[in-house]
Design a protein around this ligand. Sequence first.
Ligand code: ATP
Ligand code: MG
Length: 307
Amino acid sequence: MITGVCLNPSFDKTVEVDALALGEVNRIRSVRVDMGGKGVNVAVVAHRLGLDALCIGCMGEQGARQFTQLLDAEGLAHRFLTVPGAIRTNLKVVSLDGKGVTELNEPGAPLSAQDMKAFFALAREEAARSDYMVLTGSLPPGCPENAYGELIRALGNTRCILDAGGAALRLGAEAGPFLIKPNLAELEQALGAQLRTLRSIRDAALIFLRKGAAHVVVSMGAMGAMYVSEARTLYAPALKVEARSTVGAGDAMVGGMLLGLQQEGDMAHAFRCGIAAGAASVMTEGTQLIRPEDFQRLVSQVKVQEV
Ligand SMILES: Nc1ncnc2c1ncn2[C@@H]1O[C@H](COP(=O)(O)OP(=O)(O)OP(=O)(O)O)[C@@H](O)[C@H]1O
Ligand SMILES: [Mg+2]
């Protein structure tokens, strides 16, 4: 089983306007609400690809019923603690004149020390049944910035995949995760340096291997991704697909890698599956994640090369 951790779930509300005008009244053409939060997204992708997947976390009690209905509609197993407050709404405003997507993200329901303690107990329980646990997404107010690091330590032998940026990545890597998957901007931000060449990206990944991560995948959007471990470095260009929305490509990539790991346990295969899942996700509109048939068609097209 794979378990996605989501401490700060969201309603992802996507609205379309003709042309977003700041400081003016904008008429909305269409509205769509999906469940969100990176931990949820990864678990949904893993589930759609056929894995035994569970999502755990904490959610504000206001909105919990609607959120649970969305999880059930997806057929995803879940165990969430409810906490005082409301599930946040992340608003994505799509400007139909081609000016891109403006995002307004709420902070989310705060977690108290007591909530965290209860969640750690839940996570330890589920870790005992999980092959992999995925820790990803923004931390809600009240959550210490090393929460992922503490969680990785608390989960003992369960293999943890950490997909976070900034301090959560720096501190989490020191706790010895199985794999980290920063995108290039997150890696640059964590190190406070610009990375312009494959060589410099590889050197940056090696820093995180020394900190304690066993495997590093650096995703680079339409430029593909790099895999680095002590044993080998791989690079794969992104697949050429018609890009509709790149939101959640990284989450899909992690879901794809989990499938690869569960199938063969071989990192090159997992990396290939990650590239295919990332590409499949950009083929879907907005926050709609992935269609398994796209993934199946793409996976044989991925070209992985040794660097
Ligand atoms: N335009 C694209 N065309 C094809 N593949 C893409 C494209 N964008 C992303 N991918 C694939 O998905 C992978 C992950 O994408 P990306 O680096 O954008 O993740 P991310 O920034 O973590 O995304 P998010 O956090 O929003 O989920 C890339 O390494 C690439 O293989
Ligand atoms: Mg990401």
